[in-house]
Write a protein that binds this ligand. Structure first.
Ligand code: PRP
Ligand code: URA
Length: 210
């Protein structure tokens, strides 16, 4: 597994505002989108491209275009939805599939309550969006889902990760082509499975406590 933890003052600055409990939902949503666009730049470093001949006003030249089959972006509902716009800004031709998952707050086990993905993901590069990597249960289940459908490789973008979750994903995906891009690696999980210092419940901060 490849792990990239962002190290850029703009990202750390935006994360600081995101973490602040006084930051209201509209600002939180805007910052989440901006952070994903910044992280997507690194996450798409290995996106497959193929050569294409074009004519500039001066001459012909060879450039590149995103290869077929198009990359698949998979936000994990609900909180991952807040990352979608920031991602497709950078990859506008990507297709989008959805996975709905909720973590049981007692057992910390995820359940999948919705799925809208192509049956066959052979040859597809997949980009999973989930702001929080805590125990790794939700992201791990999403990654398994995609590989079972034949995905070629999976890149996950998370705003914050806990060392416990990163270790769990690393153990689970051993030998498979997985990249993890984090905005920051936090200190630890608390006794309730929340990331410390973290930012609280990402879904609630984006969309309220419905
Ligand atoms: C949060 C978060 C991740 C998950 C992380 O979702 O968005 O999906 O918890 O925890 P884990 O690494 O221990 O699995 P939640 O289940 O709260 O659902 P929500 O997005 O609907 O708020
Ligand atoms: N899910 C969240 O939204 N926040 C955490 O800190 C852990 C899991």
């Amino acid at each position: 597994m490849r792990l990239h933890v962002a190290d850029h003052p703009l990202i750390t600055h935006k994360l600081t505002v995101l973490r602040d409990e006084a930051t209201p939902s509209p600002v939180f949503r805007q910052l989440t989108e901006e952070l994903v666009t910044l992280l997507a730049y690194e996450a798409t470093r290995n996106v497959r491209v193929s050569p294409i001949e074009i004519q500039t006003p001066v001459t012909t030249t060879t450039g590149v275009k995103i290869s077929e089959p198009r990359p698949l972006v998979v936000p994990i509902l609900r909180a991952g939805l807040g990352m979608l716009e920031g991602m497709v800004k950078l990859l506008p031709t990507a297709e989008v599939g959805f996975l709905g998952m909720a973590r049981n707050e007692e057992t910390l086990e995820p359940t999948t309550y919705a799925e809208r993905l192509p049956d066959d993901l052979s040859d597809r590069q997949c980009f999973v969006l989930d702001p929080m990597l805590a125990t790794g249960g939700s992201l791990g289940a999403a990654i398994e889902f995609l590989f079972r459908r034949g995905a070629q490789d999976v890149t996950a973008i998370c705003i914050l990760g806990a060392p416990e979750g990163v270790a769990a994903i690393e153990k689970q995906v051993a030998g498979r082509d997985v990249t993890l891009v984090l905005g920051a690696m936090d200190e630890r999980l608390n006794e309730k499975g929340y990331i410390v210092p973290g930012l609280g419940d990402a879904g609630d901060r984006l969309y309220g406590t419905v």
